[in-house]
Design a protein around this ligand. Structure first.
Ligand SMILES: Cc1ncc(C[n+]2csc(CCOP(=O)(O)OP(=O)(O)O)c2C)c(N)n1
Ligand SMILES: [Mg+2]
Length: 275
């Protein structure tokens, strides 16, 4: 898909994220808007994953370790044809599989996540299995920057490096915020790049809310044969809606009717500039 269409898609996806959170009355608004450009580029331009090949193993894999931002993932999977918009609109309703964290009961979801710190271990296992089976598919996983405080992340890194998993791509949604405040105030994690390097990763920095930068970065992987890659994607929590950007209280806040209307107007204005 070309760059212009991806950019328009990101705006449409933002509208859908806000719509389903507003209608269902719950959701992780900030973190979903933060990572939506990454998911857009991955699913529409980088990964070999589709409803047709999902039941098999001859495909890439994606694990969203920062499971709380599931509204972004549900939105993209819906657009990729894993289920209908009608199914998606059951989010958070009684008896719906579309609950507030990823579950494999929803088509297209690889692994249950939500308890932070587990996705990378599963991704490492999948990447190792690909190596053993001599398959060339890649395994992608998305982690939050606050999530890096989980010790299990670093245990998984040692294994990725031991097995030289150059088919593993870890993406860090570096929005500088976690649930109660700035990552560097709650539990400092810098220097992220040096930490990953010391754990045997090749590191690359990019702007995680810029479609062209993301497209360029994914063309370069693996950066070095025999080494796992980490992409530190600088993002803005709440990206795309002025009054949601960089606000701690929007981690899990649902827009009021007025806020929802204003957010959609902002996004429509940006979309109109493409016409
Ligand atoms: C093991 C575990 N501890 C705590 C939580 C509660 N929790 C949910 S989201 C979150 C903050 C995550 O911050 P970050 O990884 O930076 O995500 P983002 O900023 O992208 O929303 C926390 C602590 C959790 N889901 N799992
Ligand atoms: Mg964060």
């Amino acid at each position: 898909m070309n760059e212009k269409n991806l950019k328009k898609k990101s705006l449409e996806y933002r509208k859908t994220i806000l719509e389903i959170i507003f209608q269902s009355g719950a959701g992780h608004t900030g973190g979903s808007l933060s990572c939506i450009d990454i998911l857009n580029v991955l699913y529409n331009s980088v990964m070999n994953i589709s409803p047709k090949n999902f039941s098999g193993l001859d495909r890439d894999h994606f694990i969203q370790s920062k499971g709380h931002s599931v509204e972004a993932l549900y939105t993209v999977l819906c657009d990729c044809g894993f289920y209908s918009k009608k199914d998606l609109s059951t989010l958070n309703q009684f008896n719906s599989h579309f609950i507030g964290h990823p579950t494999i009961k929803v088509p297209g979801i690889e692994h249950n996540t939500g308890a932070l710190g587990h996705g990378l271990s599963v991704a490492v296992g999948l990447a190792l299995s690909k190596k053993i089976d001599k398959k060339t598919n890649k395994v992608f996983t998305l982690l939050g920057d606050g999530e890096l405080s989980e010790g299990s992340v670093w245990e998984a890194c040692t294994t990725a490096s031991k097995y030289k998993l150059d088919n593993l791509i870890v993406i860090i949604d570096r929005n500088d915020l976690q649930i109660t405040g700035k990552t560097e105030e709650v539990n400092p994690i810098e220097p992220i790049d040096k930490k990953f390097e010391s754990f045997g990763f090749e590191t690359i920095l990019t702007n995680g809310n810029n479609i062209s930068d993301l497209l360029n970065v994914f063309k370069k992987i693996p950066i070095k044969g025999g080494k796992p890659t980490v992409i530190i994607a600088k993002t803005i929590k709440g990206s795309g809606v002025s009054f949601i950007e960089n606000q701690i209280n929007w981690h899990h806040k649902v827009p009021s009717e007025d806020e929802y209307g204003r957010a959609i107007s902002e996004l429509n204005e940006k979309l109109n500039s493409y016409e």
